[in-house]
Design a binder for this molecule. Structure first.
Ligand code: 9MR
Length: 733
């Protein structure tokens, strides 16, 4: 295509495509007053004002220890929590009118621990019919004082008359905090409609693979359900078929709600995928752990629970589903030795009770059920996230390959695991090349692959700039090009959410449709990836930097020897974070055995209280010895981290031999010197290696800023293609 044609097409498309993009706010279609007007809950009358603990163990006290209300004195103190989902909850359905959009808000103030993610969520419906929507969250510290959690949400359903707003802390089960000034008001955006003339995605992709999305019991009979049936072939229950929804109490299966939902999906002509039989989350603790002692159950008991759950659930739904996620998320992130997949298993409750064969046992239990029903055509899946990370993908591939090989040997060539689900919770910095590599790695095992929970975050705080919307659309287009190329391997591509407003990551706008169900640029990118990529230039990536290292051998003692001044300073001034914290420079020397790096950091506060080393004040050096710019780590690639008290950590874990470092603190500034042995090359003058340096700036246990010499994506820990180039020279240039 010529440049002119490209530009002409671009402007045509721009009109057609940018308009909906700009229409991100919801159109107001008729406004009517809600049933009751919500009065801000300030706790000034000294009562709990209807707020209750979700877990019934929380201590809720109205206190004058803290207050956010202007002119007031009181707030609510929340203590005694023991689960991430515990927290204060308020019924709000009397104030809601279906179809209306509301702005929900609450002020929160953390008491302890040193940091926690506090999240405002809403629950629609009860028990196994419940949908949980994460409205917005922030990582906070006690020093932050009062912080506002505020988010819009459109209630298309009132969950049979049960809706709550609640505050939880998903990653910090015992966090305590104050809340004040709970507020809820209509935004003025009334019921929405969607464009029924828009080409359904299922028509676009019908010949290649199934296209799917999530469903919740609360969606039945609402516009969301119509929207689902317009665009998609297949549905996954976002929550309603998880272990806690189906068997919260041992032996008491609660199928009614899921049945209603599955039957409605089938009646609408869609297929149903089952999610999920065994997982470490949304699973009642009794299944694998003794609730009295908190210790893992004996293996036989846990295995019996696992097998009974799998059998009962599979027999109940029968061939109303086309596939099951038998095991979800069993492998840890970025395993240090991916070839040892057993060593890469997550230490979950199931693992601790049953042992490293728990995944195999789950699949065998599921396979036994299918063997008794040869008339059912149901595919058994292993499902996981971050499978674009090549270390994790490799561990999963090793596991699936071995389990299938063993089973085939026993059964005359039959498969135990039919497919691998790549969840696909991506962001605009995801490298599509790694998605392709994993797809190909899994396809080579002879299993089918599905993309099971696709979303791509862009922007934050419910804001999406034009550049971010474009970057998101470009990545969606690139992903769908890859999926189309691999269509013979791919059974299904399922998005995780109908629209940005109901996504589990709503504040980062990850889906194809906005809160008013209007198509975003990303929709058009998915509808026709080739046309889209021909018309839109991907947003420019910053040029990879080039630097030099001078020949010479320093003493690694934290002193800046004069020899360091014979090599140029590399500025560490590219920030991956909106907040620009600690900055500094790096200087590099080399000899035939080692690379030496001096990093001088200027900071305002030194902190190493976080348990993750990358969340501590620290520096990192990244090396790609053959500068092949591969998108995943190979034998010549490494990441070396040292904090300001000279504690080193390595990725992968085994590369520490011959490494030396020294750190010196002056006030809140610090200097780190490192010596890194060359492991796979013998460097000479003129050798160019891939290279980067990063400063992690921590405050109160949280990393608040990341500065690098080159990489802006934050993927350097798994993707050497984002490093800069460093040439080894004899004399300073
Ligand atoms: O989208 C689901 C959200 O409503 C739940 O609160 C959350 C609880 O863990 O689970 C979400 O779905 C998860 C899926 O089941 C498995 N992969 C990760 C998804 C996002 O957390």
């Amino acid at each position: 295509m010529t440049r002119t044609a490209r530009t002409g097409l671009a402007s045509l498309l721009a009109l057609a495509l940018i308009l909906p993009l700009l229409g991100l706010s919801s159109p107001a279609v008729g406004q009517s007053a809600p049933h009751l007007e919500f009065t801000t809950v300030t706790f000034e009358d000294g009562t709990l004002s209807g707020v209750e603990g979700r877990g019934e163990v929380e201590r809720l006290t109205v206190t004058d220890e803290a207050n956010r209300t202007e002119g007031g004195r009181y707030a609510l103190k929340v203590e005694g929590r023991s689960q991430g989902w515990h927290g204060p909850s308020l019924r709000v359905e009397p104030y809601l009118e279906p179809g209306q959009e509301y702005l929900a808000s609450v002020w929160v103030r953390l008491i302890e621990p040193a940091q926690a993610r506090l999240q405002l969520s809403t629950q629609i419906g009860q028990g196994s019919a419940a949908s949980y929507v994460n409205l917005t969250s922030l990582v906070v510290t006690p020093d932050d004082g009062w912080v506002l959690l505020e988010a819009p949400y459109r209630y298309t359903s009132l969950g049979d008359g049960y809706v709550t707003l609640y505050v939880e802390s998903p990653d910090s089960p015992t966090a305590s905090f104050y809340i004040d000034d709970i507020h809820l008001e209509p935004t003025g955006s009334g019921p929405i409609t969607f464009d029924r003339n828009l080409t359904p995605l299922k028509e676009v992709y019908g010949d290649l693979f199934l296209i799917g999305n999530v469903v919740s019991p609360a969606d039945l009979g609402t516009i969301k359900f119509d929207f689902l049936t317009h665009h998609y072939h297949v549905a996954t229950a976002e929550n309603a078929m998880k272990p806690e929804a189906l068997q919260e109490v041992k032996g008491e299966f609660t199928f009614d709600t899921a049945d209603r939902m599955v039957d409605a999906v089938l009646a609408a002509g869609l297929k149903m995928h089952g999610h999920t039989l065994a997982w470490h989350q949304q699973t009642p603790v009794w299944m694998h752990t003794d609730p009295e002692t908190g210790r893992p159950l004996p293996r036989d008991e846990a295995l019996a629970n696992l097998r009974a759950h799998i059998r009962t659930v599979m027999e109940h739904f029968g061939d109303r589903v086309i596939s099951w996620d038998v095991v979800n998320e069993a492998i840890v992130d970025n395993p240090p030795d991916p070839d040892d997949w057993r060593g890469a298993l997550r230490p979950s409750g199931w693992y601790q009770a049953i042992g490293p064969d728990w995944v195999e046992q789950a699949f065998r239990a599921a396979r036994e059920v299918l063997d008794e029903h040869p008339e059912w055509a149901i595919a058994l899946y292993y499902n996981d996230y971050n499978l674009d990370n090549q270390a994790k993908a490799r561990a999963v591939a090793r596991m699936v390959e071995e389990l299938n090989r063993t089973y085939a040997a026993e059964t005359g060539g039959r498969r135990l695991i039919d497919g691998i689900g790549m969840q696909g919770h991506y962001s605009i910095t995801t490298n599509p090349a790694n998605v392709r590599l994993s797809l190909e790695r899994f396809a080579a095992l002879g299993v089918e692959v599905s993309i099971t929970e696709l979303d791509v975050t862009a922007g934050d705080a419910f804001q999406l700039t034009e550049e971010e919307a474009l970057a998101q659309a470009v990545l969606y287009a690139q992903l769908f090009q890859i999926f189309k190329e691999h269509a013979p391997t791919i059974a299904r591509v399922t998005f995780w959410g109908l629209d940005d407003g109901s996504s589990w990551r709503a504040d980062r706008n990850p889906l194809l449709f906005d809160r008013a169900l209007q198509p975003k640029l990303a929709f058009h990118a998915v509808r026709d990836p080739e046309l889209f990529l021909a018309a839109y230039e991907p947003p420019p990536k910053p040029e990879a930097r080039h630097g030099t290292a001078t020949f010479g051998t320093p003493v690694i003692d934290g002193e800046v020897d004069p020899i360091w001044h014979q090599t140029p300073a590399l500025p560490l001034d590219r920030y991956q974070t909106a907040w620009h914290g600690a900055s500094g420079t790096a200087r590099v020397l080399w000899d035939h055995e080692h690379l030496y790096v001096l990093v001088q950091v200027t900071d305002e506060q030194l902190d190493r209280s976080a348990s993750s080393p990358w969340e501590q004040d620290s520096i990192e050096v990244f090396i790609d010895e053959n500068n092949a710019k591969t998108t995943s780590y190979e034998a010549d690639d490494g990441q070396y981290r040292v904090n300001y008290v000279n504690e080193p950590t390595f990725n992968p874990a085994g590369i520490g031999a011959g490494f030396a470092s020294s750190a010196r603190v002056e006030g809140t500034a610090y200097t780190v010197e490192v010596q890194i042995p060359f492991r796979t090359i013998r460097p000479e003058e003129g050798t160019t290696i891939g290279f980067d340096v990063q400063i992690n700036d921590a405050r109160d246990g949280v990393r608040q800023s990341i500065a690098t010499w080159n990489d802006l994506t934050g993927n350097g820990w798994q993707d050497p293609s984002v490093f800069g180039h460093l040439t080894l020279v004899t004399e300073a240039q």
